[in-house]
Design a protein. Structure first.
Length: 139
């Protein structure tokens, strides 16, 4: 009796382990295999069988009745008109504007008492024309 009990336990253990190993295989075989997309699943098949457009279905009668006719809709453009801009400046006007900015920078640096100067006043920077050299004639 003692030996038959051990043999029975071993037999039950083997049956249980076999059932646990074969149960997932049976479950996989019972389910249908998942279909591959577009007949093959390769990138070329996906590209060849995909549509880049949609087929718009016919509008139902209740939708057509609820919408106003397209000819009566007055759309307002959202882009707007081109704004009026000032005319472009010429080189003289640009030089005057640069001189004004330089003078303002020099005044601000002088008011701040900075030792290093990055701006130079235009009136001091422009030199007066040198007097014409006198020519000595040999008489």
């Amino acid at each position: 009796m003692w030996t038959s009990r051990a043999a029975f336990q071993i037999f039950c253990g083997m049956v249980c382990s076999t059932i646990l190993m074969l149960a997932p295989v049976a479950a996989q075989q019972a389910q249908p295999a998942p279909q591959q997309p577009y007949g093959g699943g390769t990138p070329l098949d996906v590209i060849m069988h995909s549509k880049l457009w949609t087929d718009v279905p016919e509008m139902p009668d209740f939708v057509r009745a609820a919408r106003p006719p397209e000819q009566s809709l007055q759309f307002i453009p959202t882009g707007g008109t081109e704004p009026t801009r000032p005319p472009l400046r010429n080189s003289t006007q640009l030089q005057q504007m640069q001189d004004e900015l330089e003078n303002a920078g020099a005044r601000n640096e002088a008011a701040a008492g900075l030792r290093t100067r990055h701006f130079q006043a235009v009136s001091a920077a422009k030199k007066k024309p040198a007097p014409a050299a006198k020519t000595v004639s040999a008489h």
